[in-house]
Design a protein around this ligand. Sequence first.
Ligand code: GDP
Length: 466
Amino acid sequence: PKSPSPAPAAAKTKKKLDIESKLASNKTYSKPHKSFVVIGHVDAGKSTLMGRILLDYGIVDAKTVDKLVKESTRAGKGSFALAWILDQTEEERSHGVTVDICATDFETSTTRFTAIDAPGHRDFVPQMIGGVSQADFALLVVDAIEGEFESGFAMDGQTKEHTILAKNLGIEKLCIAINKLDKEDWSQDRFNQIKLQLTEYLTSDEVEFTEDQLDFIPISGLSGNNVVNRDESIESFNWYKGPTLGKYLETVKLSSNIDSKKVQDEEFYLTVSDSFKDKGEIKVTGKIISGVIESGDTIVSLPSDITLSVQSLLVANNKFDFAINGEVVQLTFKANQVTNDTIDPFRIGDLIAHVGSPIHTVKKFTISLHLFNLDKPLLVGTPFVLFRNNCQVPARIIKLIEVTSSQKKKKKKNLLHLVSKQTAIVEIEIEGNPLPLTIFKDNKTLGRIVIRREGSTVGAGTVIGF
Ligand code: GDP
């Protein structure tokens, strides 16, 4: 009798996907995906601009744009995404515009975009942090009208906080749309004056962008000039030789642009932004921070530590057999795989990884913390909220190891508080569930944190050890 043939060893080691050819031949993946967060003062013209972009790319019709802008004005928070949720019809969705709580997806002939809303209201800063940490770059909309820019930017702490957050959450490019220039007769002087003032502020030690991270584009969201199309008949605008905003968005070079060779060697991580049960299935949405996931893969959700296998996955509403870094993906799992129903396997902010990944799920860790302008010192032991991507947890400093920003880099004994603008090595403790983290060196997104106290952002840091 034949002896049973041993299981072929090759079947056990997972075959590498030929990502490069798969990406090239796939209608969705052959277009690069970029996400940007839109920030700016209330009334700077964010909704009008988003409407204009969608209209001039032929994604929605004028009537829908009109409704969108009205709804978002009514919502009162300058939130264009909110308007989409209220408004979207089946037909619009079939035209490729999809939405979640704070993001609008759309597609041009060259690029797939996710525009992330940064609601202006103070209460929404936590969502903003989640939004920014999903973005590749930021679009700051400013009102160029004489007097409006001056009062808007000077007064608006929210826009400043958003900009500081963007910088500290790893946004590498900030595009500044100098809007409503139709009201300033497309004046080059006015454009340059605003550009100069903003450059000064954005490169100051309050925000710390470098000049090469900043790009300025003159536009009118209302008339549409220089958004997607350029109106060549406006003579007073002849001075401008740069790209339209649309061209800029499509061509901006980012270090996060996918390198298909690298992506396969990265660890796979996804942050959960939504999860629900539906007819015996669990559906989980999130953004892939790095690496590749394939349908059939076994994953672990952290910190719940529940292991499940991926039944199927959707990208931009299409079923695929894999998804890569940068994509927002919906994973489907069989609900009956979860045997312990006392734990919710996927909560907003949780992290999904492959089984055996080197991620640390910890309650204590060491960071290098940089503090912003504080109205009072930050004491060892004072509770605050710590953010990592869209995950937020109560935490505190339990040990101040060393202040590294002062001239004499000596370890001070019994240091008990930190003040504005200091940088220090500190040990953090989390309350409640442990937090999945990597050190910053291993993953620039998962190794970065922001802290807020009493409703304002006080500092940002990078994880350096456990
Ligand atoms: P948001 O709060 O930032 O979303 O701003 P909105 O899009 O609601 O715009 C605020 C106001 O500015 C509205 O009355 C718009 O019509 C007006 N507006 C927006 N963009 C422009 C523009 O490019 N030129 C002019 N003149 N007005 C604009």
